[in-house]
Design a protein around this ligand. Structure first.
Ligand code: EPU
Length: 418
């Protein structure tokens, strides 16, 4: 439950990124040994991925002395079968396919389903792995994959897909010869995975660029490693948006401005001030009304689709009209109806949303349709008059580490009710 809040003040520390840690966990399938991941967020998806890895043969536990450290142990007895009941709980689990194939030469992985915001195909994952020598059969809801020996290949992705890039890289690490992935995804979380793989003994060049070069290494050259998970730019953006919504001055500790350039640029244009600090970003918003603007989502370094519900929320009270265009997931506008319940003036047409700023929102009961939309509804609740009760917050728990506690510590009027 959130009530109109602000100005916010103080400091908030942002933990590691969900979309990095889940892939780092999958990478531990590649080599035996004891891994330590630090800066791990306390989120439900990490626990779910832990369950899936346990079924595949890698155990994990949180270090009781250091709550942000996840210890994973791969004892070398991998069972390359990812069952439906675990895969359907977490779509990111498709990234076990590449490492399982590379490690075991076979894999049976349940087909991931759609999402609340639409269809999410995996054709690019399969095409890329096929180029490396894998064959696939789709049988009774499962992908049955086989690869006698993976070999390097030149692969050009039709679109810089995050998951496809990660799956192909993880398979190519153990393939014989060199792989070039063109039009690769450049997200900081993809780069984080590549750095981790290199720390394990892989040989990946071009990290952070659209072309990745992976020189395959023999299995014996890979070993377990320690790694600090990259800070979550979407959680950081959520606290920045909360300041923009409620006014105030907050240090978002850990936020890496260079990973969030487009988000920060757009919020600056709306009237929010940012100052990069040694270990974070200072965000300041005064009592002047935010200004509207047009935004379109694009792969990194463009404006991320995961930021979009936040900016739509801010536009609902900004001065003027803003047009938001979704280029990644056409169906990702489900939360618009929830914002309308709070009094927002938004029209959607295909993959565009036209947001006409109103003077203020009014609290109402709303439902979180997915992680990012849920967090945006929390921000909306903090700027709406009166009380906003948000249900289905289990979606938010999948990707946010104590959102309520962190916002409360900044002075937001928010509580978790059962
Ligand atoms: N696509 C295909 N075929 C493929 C793969 C992707 O058509 O084989 C399409 C998708 O349908 C989508 C677009 O390409 O339209 C982008 O998909 P991408 O593969 O890049 O996304 P993803 O790997 O499935 C990750 C994040 C998402 C984030 C996107 C885009 C994880 C676990 N998920 O998904 O995060 O929105 O990249 O940046 O890393 C979230 O955290 O809430 C979330 C949805």
């Amino acid at each position: 439950m959130a009530r109109r809040s602000g100005p916010l003040s103080g400091e908030v520390t942002v933990p590691g990124a969900k979309n990095a840690v889940l892939k780092l966990m999958a990478a531990t399938l590649l080599a035996d040994g004891r891994y330590e991941l630090s800066n791990v967020p306390a989120i439900d998806d990490v626990a779910t991925m832990g369950d899936l890895l346990a079924a595949l043969g890698v155990t994990s536990h949180i270090d009781p002395q250091r709550r942000d450290v996840l210890v994973l142990e791969n004892h070398g007895s991998i069972v390359p079968e990812a069952p439906y009941d675990l895969v359907e709980r977490i779509r990111a689990s498709i990234v076990v396919l590449g490492p399982l194939l590379a490690r075991c030469g076979v894999a049976r992985v349940s087909m991931p389903g759609g999402d609340d915001f639409g269809k999410r195909p995996i054709d690019m994952h399969l095409k890329g792995l096929e180029a490396l020598g894998a064959t696939f059969e789709l049988r009774r809801g499962y992908i049955e994959a086989r690869a006698e020996a993976l070999h390097g290949a030149d692969i050009t992705l039709d679109f810089p897909s995050v998951g496809a890039t990660e799956n192909i890289v993880m398979a190519a690490v153990l393939a014989k010869g060199a792989t070039v992935i063109d039009n690769a995804a450049r997200e900081p979380e993809v780069a984080d995975l590549c750095h981790f793989l290199n720390a394990m003994g892989a040989c990946i060049e071009g990290i952070g660029s659209p072309t990745l070069y992976v020189h395959g290494v023999p299995q014996r050259d890979l070993q377990a490693a320690e790694h600090r998970v990259v800070v979550d730019r979407v959680q950081a953006a959520t606290y920045m948006a909360a300041v923009a919504a409620c006014q105030g001055e907050v240090v978002v500790r850990g936020a890496q401005a260079e990973h969030m350039e487009m988000f920060i640029r757009r919020l600056r244009e709306m009237g929010v001030q940012f100052t990069a600090q040694t270990d974070g970003v200072l965000v300041y918003a005064d009592d002047r009304r935010l200004r509207s603007l047009d935004v379109q989502t694009l792969p990194y370094p463009g404006f991320a689709t995961d930021y979009k519900p936040l900016i739509v929320t801010l536009l609902t009270v900004a001065d003027g009209v803003g047009i938001v265009t979704e280029n990644l997931y056409p169906g990702r506008f489900r939360y618009v109806e929830e914002l309308q319940r709070l009094g927002a003036d938004i029209r959607t047409d295909g993959h565009h949303a036209v947001v006409r700023g109103v003077a203020s929102l009014d609290g109402a009961p709303v439902r979180a349709p997915d992680i990012r939309a849920g967090a945006a509804l929390v921000v909306a609740g903090l700027m709406a008059n009166g009380e906003t009760v948000i249900s289905d917050v289990h979606h938010v728990d999948r990707g946010y580490d104590d959102l309520v506690g962190r916002l409360s510590s900044l002075g937001a009027d928010i509580e978790r009710v059962r």
